[in-house]
Design a protein around this ligand. Structure first.
Ligand code: SDX
Length: 443
């Protein structure tokens, strides 16, 4: 549960120059990062809403889970820096940390990993859901459908106000996402689904279920498994991003967690969010050659051109995304392990990054590579198809979604999310019967 911060004693004085009235708005301080102005009483006292499309300056909740310092390029999970977790921890340990707030003891970790392992298998009937899709469906569409359908299997045995029931649902989702994801991939190939193995780690199991077939033994490459584990850590959670906010908003109505996670997957799919890793690869392939970079940089800077440099920019980071740093290092490790020399897409990406970071437009707007810029190159080198990149992001982010969902349910200040608006439409007008309306189109 988010530790309830008291008012800092400071306040903002708001003066309405339409009537000269002044209002005191309390300021609340967190443990670090920007203070917040508590506007919960604003509408009742002033008759005004705040206005913040895209929530660029709006805090939606209190949270103890993740903190980003965008100016310094720092990302903390329960106080631990992402680069240290990526170097020294593993994904299961980070899952435990996000869910429970502390790094596990050896005994706690063993028990947690065992619980997750024994939830990786799907109810056999769930496998029939895949068959309703075309083989060429985008796997994210399959993920939204199948994860949402988990509600049909569990929603009636889930009291979201029972911490134990919530944790079982959380474990189920973390554990089953790789199985659902790889089944979506196998279905697209027309290959049989591969069952999870209890003797493999989470990341080894993912690669095994992706690439094994019943026809011959499949040996997981330990270097790739370690790289996959690190990539999962880098994508695990990230404050109140669009998909996490979607999960929280859906959960605020009391919807079951499977439906909430399906909503999160749908939001993550967008190219401005988790879909960017797939969009980066498509962009690099469209650029094709270093000589074309200036043309694409020009397009990215052109206000009249909707083209954006995918994998660049971030709402919070106005410095290098610390995850991108680890991702680039991992990219070189994976390519070296696979004996891939001079990978043209990596060379192109690094040249694009170099040129962009020397360009005033990107420097002025503080646009740096984000987590999605290099991840696709690693996935492609591992033999993972582009359409599966965002699916991988969803597999990793599920722990962040469920951790934030649990925190929201436990928050005593939690209530259904219901934003207001600035209305700019027609004011009330008289209904005109059909026979009295003019011939001109109303459109
Ligand atoms: C993720 O929120 C999270 O934490 C997300 C995430 C997570 O882990 O959950 O970190 C994962 O989604 C990473 C972001 C992946 N998306 C992309 O790489 C897509 C490309 N990036 C942009 O679409 C954009 O940078 C966003 C969506 C990421 C952020 O957009 P904002 O915060 O709304 O910023 P903005 O669009 O207002 O941009 C500010 C300015 C604008 O110019 P002006 O209108 O001020 O003149 O910068 C420009 C933008 O046009 N700009 C870009 C750009 N990103 C911003 N111009 C060219 N290329 C870009 N990539």
């Amino acid at each position: 549960m988010a530790s309830n911060k008291e008012n800092s004693g400071a306040s903002f004085t708001l003066t309405d120059n339409r009537n000269g009235k002044s209002y005191e708005l309390p300021v609340i301080s967190g443990s670090t990062g920007p203070d917040v102005i508590d506007i919960r009483k604003l509408y009742a006292e002033t008759g005004c809403f705040t206005y913040d499309p895209g929530f660029t300056s709006t805090g939606s909740c209190q949270s103890d889970i993740t903190f980003i310092d965008g100016d310094e390029g720092v990302l903390l999970h329960r106080g631990y820096a992402i680069d240290k977790l990526a170097e020294h921890s593993d994904f299961m340990e980070v899952c435990y940390l996000l869910l429970y707030g502390e790094l596990p003891t050896a005994e706690q970790k063993e028990k947690f990993v065992s619980s997750i392992t024994y939830h990786t298998m799907l109810h056999e009937q769930i496998n029939y859901f895949f068959r309703g899709f075309r083989r060429d469906s985008h796997p994210m569409a399959v993920m939204v459908g199948v994860v949402g359908a988990l509600s049909a299997f569990y929603h009636d045995s889930l009291d979201i106000n029972d911490p134990q029931a919530r944790m079982i649902a959380s474990y189920r989702m973390i554990a089953k996402m790789p199985t659902i994801a790889t089944s979506a991939y196998k279905y697209s190939l027309g290959q049989p689904f591969i069952y999870p193995r209890n003797d493999l780690t989470f990341s080894e199991n993912f690669l095994h279920m992706m690439f094994a077939t019943p026809c011959e033994p499949y040996k997981v490459n330990p270097v790739l498994a370690r790289a996959m584990d690190r990539i999962l850590i880098l994508h695990a959670d990230h404050e109140q991003n669009a998909s996490t906010s979607t999960v929280r908003l859906a959960g605020s109505s009391g919807a079951n967690p499977f439906a909430c996670i399906a909503a999160g997957i749908a939001s993550l799919w967008g190219p401005a969010h988790g879909g960017a890793n797939e969009a980066v690869l498509n962009m690099l392939e469209e650029i094709g050659d270093k000589k074309n970079i200036p043309e694409f940089i020009k397009k990215a800077k052109d206000k009249d051109d909707p083209f954006r440099l995918m994998g660049f920019g971030h709402r919070v980071y106005k410095n290098y995304d610390p995850r991108a740093t680890v991702m680039q290092k991992t990219c070189h490790e994976v390519l070296d392990e696979l004996g891939i020399k001079n990978e043209p897409l990596l060379d192109l990406a690094m040249e694009l990054e170099k040129i962009a970071l020397e360009d005033d437009y990107f420097v002025q707007k503080k646009l740096y590579p984000n987590v999605d810029f290099y991840s696709g190159i690693i996935f492609r080198a591992m033999g993972i198809p582009t359409t599966m990149f965002t699916v991988l992001f969803a597999v990793a982010r599920t722990v962040g979604w469920v951790a934030q969902w649990n925190e929201m349910i436990e928050d005593p200040m939690q209530k259904i999310g219901r934003p207001r608006q600035l209305y700019t439409g027609e004011t009330q007008r008289r209904y005109i019967p059909l026979h009295k309306r003019g011939s001109k189109s109303q459109g």
